[in-house]
Design a protein around this ligand. Structure first.
Ligand SMILES: Nc1ncnc2c1ncn2[C@@H]1O[C@H](COP(=O)(O)OP(=O)(O)OP(=O)(O)O)[C@@H](O)[C@H]1O
Ligand SMILES: [Mg+2]
Length: 395
C-alpha cells in the first residue's frame, strides 16, 4: 500500500516502472493532476488548489481519495463526488475509486477562502474603486434587521475618525440611504469623463439609485435591470475619490446576485453581518456562511441590532430576546463587534435625515455604533498603497 499525503510528496523516476509497462500503477501525482480538473462549481477554482484533496491511498488498482468539504451539508457534495470519481476512474491503472468525505477544520476553511480570494483577485477587472479602499459590505441573513441604519451610521462614524468614506446603497430597488442622510432632493451629475459624481452628505460620498431616478415611474424601469449590472455600473462608472479609505456598502436583503457581482468586482470586500438578538435560527447562520463561501468574502464580525430597550427609569427590556449576536458570531467563528440597543432616535433620525451618530453621539445607539466603527477600523486599518500590505492587496 502506498500512502502519499498532501504537500510532502516528491516524485522521482528512480524505482518507478516505465509508463509503457503492462501492469502500470497509478501514482498519487497522476491522480492529483486529474483532480486539478475538478472545479468547485461555486468557487470556480479547482479542488486541488483549494486544498480539498487530502490523503490518496493506492492499493494495487484501487484508489481511495480523501475529499474535505467546507461544510458537511455542502449542496455541491454530490456533484464534487461524482466529478472526482469520474476523473480518477478514467485514469489507466484504476479499477475502483472510493471517496472518503470529511469536513474541513476552521483553519483549513480559512486557507481555502484565502486561496479562492487570491484567484478572484487574479481574475478581477479593475474598477473605479481603488484597490487600497477597504470595502465593508453590510449584510444579513434576513431583511429588516437594520443594515441600512448601520451602514449610514457606520460610514459617518468612520468619517468622524478622520477617514475618507464612501457609501454605496446597493439596495437598487429598496434604497433608503438618501432619506437617512436627508438628501432626497439631490440628483447625481456626471463629470467631463461621463462618470457619476457621488454626492456629499455629512462628509461622506454617497451613491444610490434613489439619487438617479426622476420619479417613481423611472424607478419601475430599473426593475427590468439586472441587479448585478447596476452594481457593476456603480463600481465602474462612478468617480469614486482616489483616496477613498473605506467604502461601506448597504447590501440589499437576501443573498445572491449582488453579493456575487460584488465579490467578482471588488475582491477586497469583506462582510459585516447584522442580526437581531433573537437566538439566531440555524438557518440564518448557514445562509450567511453559505453567502460568505460563495462570494468568498471574509466576515469581519457580527453586529447585533435592536438589542434591549432601556426605559427612562433604567429598566431594560429584551424585546427581541437576547444572545442572538453572540450565538451567530460563535456559529460563524467570528467576533461580536458590538450590540446596538433599540433606540427611537435611530428610527426617527433615519426618517428625518439626522443620523443618530451625529444627532445623538452619546445616546444608547449612537455610542454603540461609534464603538463598533472604532473596532472595525482597528480590524481593518486604512491601507496605504506604498506599504507592504498595500502592495500585496493591490496585486
Ligand atoms: N437600533 C434601532 N432602534 C430602533 N429602530 C431601529 C434600530 N435599527 C433599525 N431600526 C429601524 O428598523 C427599521 C429597519 O431598519 P433598516 O431599514 O435599517 O433595516 P434593513 O436591514 O436595511 O432593512 P431591509 O432589509 O429592508 O433593507 C427602520 O425603520 C429603522 O429605523
Ligand atoms: Mg436596507
Amino acid at each position: 500500500m502506498i500512502v502519499e499525503s498532501l504537500g510532502f510528496y516528491h516524485e522521482t523516476f528512480a524505482g518507478r516502472r516505465r509508463p509503457d509497462t503492462l501492469h502500470l500503477m497509478v501514482t498519487a501525482a497522476e491522480i492529483r493532476v486529474a483532480l486539478a480538473n475538478v472545479i468547485d462549481p461555486e468557487l470556480h477554482t479547482d479542488i486541488v488548489d483549494l486544498g480539498m484533496v487530502g490523503e490518496i491511498v493506492i492499493t494495487d488498482r484501487d484508489v481511495e481519495v480523501g475529499i474535505a468539504l467546507t461544510i458537511a451539508s455542502c449542496p455541491m457534495r454530490g456533484q464534487i463526488e461524482a466529478d472526482v470519481e469520474r476523473r480518477v476512474a478514467s485514469l489507466p491503472g484504476v479499477d475502483k475509486v472510493t471517496i472518503a468525505m470529511s469536513v474541513m477544520s476552521q483553519e483549513q476553511r480559512s486557507t481555502l477562502m484565502e486561496r479562492a480570494r487570491k484567484r478572484a483577485r487574479e481574475t478581477a477587472k479593475p474598477t473605479a474603486v481603488s484597490p487600497s479602499t477597504r470595502v465593508i459590505a453590510v449584510s444579513s441573513g434576513k431583511g429588516g434587521v437594520g443594515k441600512s441604519s448601520l451602514s449610514v451610521n457606520l460610514a459617518l462614524a468612520i468619517t468622524n475618525l478622520g477617514h475618507s468614506v464612501g457609501l454605496l446603497d446597493a439596495d437598487i430597488w429598496g434604497f433608503s440611504a438618501p432619506r437617512m442622510l436627508g438628501v432626497v432632493e439631490t440628483r447625481l451629475n456626471a463629470n467631463a469623463d461621463r462618470k457619476i459624481v457621488p454626492t456629499e452628505a455629512y462628509g461622506i460620498h454617497l451613491v444610490s439609485t434613489g439619487l438617479l431616478l426622476e420619479n417613481e415611474e423611472t424607478a419601475l424601469m430599473w426593475r427590468g435591470l439586472m441587479l448585478s449590472k447596476a452594481v457593476e455600473q456603480f463600481l465602474n462608472d462612478v468617480a469614486w475619490p482616489s483616496d477613498l479609505g473605506y467604502l461601506v456598502i448597504d447590501m440589499p436583503p437576501g443573498t445572491g446576485d449582488v453579493q456575487m457581482a460584488l465579490a467578482r468586482l471588488l475582491p477586497q470586500a469583506e462582510m459585516v453581518v447584522v442580526t437581531t438578538p433573537q437566538i439566531a435560527a440555524q438557518k440564518v447562520a448557514s445562509r450567511v456562511a453559505d453567502m460568505a463561501r460563495r462570494s468568498h468574502m471574509p466576515i469581519i464580525g457580527v453586529v447585533e441590532n435592536m438589542a434591549g430597550f432601556t426605559t427612562e427609569d433604567g429598566t431594560r427590556h429584551d424585546i427581541f430576546g437576547s444572545g442572538g449576536g453572540a450565538s451567530l458570531a460563535n456559529d460563524l467563528g467570528v467576533e461580536l463587534l458590538g450590540s446596538i440597543p433599540i433606540d427611537p432616535d435611530v428610527a426617527s433620525g433615519g426618517d428625518s435625515g439626522d443620523p443618530v451618530v451625529i444627532a445623538q453621539p452619546e445616546g444608547f445607539a449612537g455610542a454603540a455604533i461609534i464603538a463598533i466603527a472604532a473596532r472595525v477600523v482597528e480590524i481593518l486599518p486604512p491601507l496605504q498603497l506604498d506599504s507592504c500590505i498595500g502592495r500585496l492587496s493591490a496585486l
